[in-house]
Design a protein around this ligand. Structure first.
Ligand code: ADP
Length: 482
């Protein structure tokens, strides 16, 4: 059993702004399920203090300018042990974890997450005030990026892992924060936490941590060069031997066609007739023609350039003319929203667009569509392509990041081996997308082959347990290097 301290700035169900909260809610629980001793460290925001029961004081810091305490509680639902960094001056604020009610960054974020990082490092060091000592300090994104640095400056302790969930946010602050946070002046160097004249929390983590990871093996490769490295490609390439890629899991209870309360009927690998009824209901819901034979192509996505929505729009008229139907759910950039609406107006009864965020409809599209489109230009991990495989709706994806790693292309060899689960295209162009949709629709015409493709996807294991086992193996490798 390995003792792991999972330091994070958000975790479902207590506080969420993005995918990090899903991972932080699910992965520690999955690690505990497979017998590891994983505990969480979270800042004491309103939602955290109000969302747990019976928090107990573990320690009080007397040497800081503002009151800071460590509390202990259990995560709701999972019961995972939770350490709360209770510092009202820093974390009890109006607005979100990072921004005020008007959407502006809190002006002292360097200090707020500097404290979180520093306490995480302390708890992982021999000077910890707690009896429980982690062997691995698992840090996540820039908010805990200074922790591996502090741990090194303090002379070591636990082994540290820095995981990147979103490379777009790097926690960059003016250089005077180096002194204000009490960081050693010599650490402000290219071989340290300096980033083009500023302090970067994420770079600190990537430089000082013992091991690095991100959310898929292909994305781990892609961020070692431009453009996806976002300025950190040099460092990531130098540390490639220490950089792992582990695909996130999905919530297999919430995304389960056997018992999904959002669906009009259930189905499973034992019988797919319910899926046909889901398709008919979706066509009716979205005012599409009641045509069981027409291939129905679904998309659920933020409507942004990253997601390749424009590529779908480029080929949509032709698809509809060739007899396909389209169902698009999403919200995002105004121009793309307008173009999706216009498409539906041009092809009433053959193309439908719903602008907005609709959890239930997202499930009904995953279930009711025949093919799921996900032509993202880049995708660190991606979730929808895993949901769609589980729902017997083969995904059609661009070969990037987690999409490349989770979808097995329907090549003749993969089809023969019964391993194919979807369709993959190499170049992010409308022509490549078009050709691959044609390839998919040709196979759709072969009912037996199509069913094998559906069943192979439905049988894949995208559970958090699977991901947790990979993290466990990574922790063990880190400890073996000692
Ligand atoms: P990203 O996090 O980049 O948006 P992912 O595929 O990793 O992409 O996750 C997107 C999640 O958000 C999925 O659970 C998807 O179903 C959901 N989603 C995206 N847009 C919508 C929408 N308009 N309505 C409902 N769910 C949506």
């Amino acid at each position: 059993m390995t003792r792991i301290l999972f330091a994070t700035s958000e975790a479902r169900p207590l506080v969420k702004t993005g995918g990090l909260a899903d991972v932080s809610g699910a992965l520690p629980a999955a690690l505990c399920e497979i017998g590891e001793d994983c505990r969480l460290l979270l800042p004491g925001y309103h939602g955290v203090l109000g969302g747990v029961e019976g928090a107990r004081e573990l320690h009080r810091f007397d040497d800081l300018p503002h009151p800071v305490r460590l509390l202990e509680a259990d995560m709701p639902d999972s019961g995972v042990a939770l350490h709360i960094l209770d510092a009202p001056h820093y974390y009890l604020r109006e607005g979100g974890p990072y921004q005020d009610a008007d959407g502006a960054d809190h002006p002292d974020n360097a200090e707020r997450f500097g404290l979180l990082s520093r306490v995480a490092a302390l708890l992982a060091s021999p000077r910890s005030p707690l009896a429980w000592r982690p062997e691995v300090l698992h840090c996540n994104d820039w908010q805990t990026g200074l922790a591996p640095a502090w741990l090194k400056f303090a002379g070591g302790g636990a082994r540290s892992l820095m995981t990147v969930h979103n490379l777009a946010f790097q926690g960059i602050f003016p250089a005077d924060w180096v002194a204000r946070l009490g960081l050693p002046p010599e650490s402000f160097a290219v071989e340290g936490l300096e980033y083009y004249g500023n302090l970067s929390f994420l770079k600190a983590g990537l430089h000082y941590a013992d091991a690095l990871s991100t959310v898929s093996p292909s994305y781990a490769e892609e961020i070692q060069s431009e453009p996806l490295g976002m300025g950190l490609q040099g460092l990531l390439a130098r540390r490639r031997a220490d950089l792992a890629g582990i695909v996130n899991g999905i919530d297999t209870a919430y995304w389960n066609p056997r018992c999904d309360p959002y669906l009009p009927c259930s189905y499973s690998v034992r019988g797919l007739s319910g899926k046909k009824r889901c398709k008919a209901a979706l066509q009716k819901d979205l005012n599409l023609e009641a045509d069981p034979a027409a291939p129905l192509l679904g998309m659920v996505s933020r409507l942004t350039h990253q997601k390749g929505v424009d590529l779908v729009l480029e080929i949509a008229d032709r698809l509809v003319r060739d007899g396909a139907q389209l169902a698009i759910l999403g919200a995002g950039e105004a121009g793309l929203e307008a173009a999706c609406r216009a498409l539906a107006q041009r092809h009433a009864g053959r193309a439908a667009t719903v602008i907005g965020y609709d959890e239930g409809l997202a499930h009904r599209i995953e279930a009711g569509a025949d093919l799921f489109l996900m032509p993202s230009r880049f995708e660190p991990c991606g979730l929808n392509q895993m949901y769609s495989q589980r729902y017997g709706t083969p995904p059609l994806v661009h070969a990037t990041g987690g999409l490349r790693d989770t979808v097995v292309d329907a090549t003749p060899e993969n089809l023969a081996a019964d391993t194919a689960t979807g369709f993959v295209f190499e170049a992010a162009t409308a022509a490549a997308l078009q050709a691959t949709v044609q390839r998919a629709l040709a196979l759709y015409g072969d009912a037996a082959a199509w069913k094998r493709l559906q069943l192979a996807g439905m049988r894949r294991d995208f559970s958090w347990e699977h991901s947790a086992r990979e993290y466990r193996a990574l922790y063990r490798r880190m400890l073996a290097e000692d």
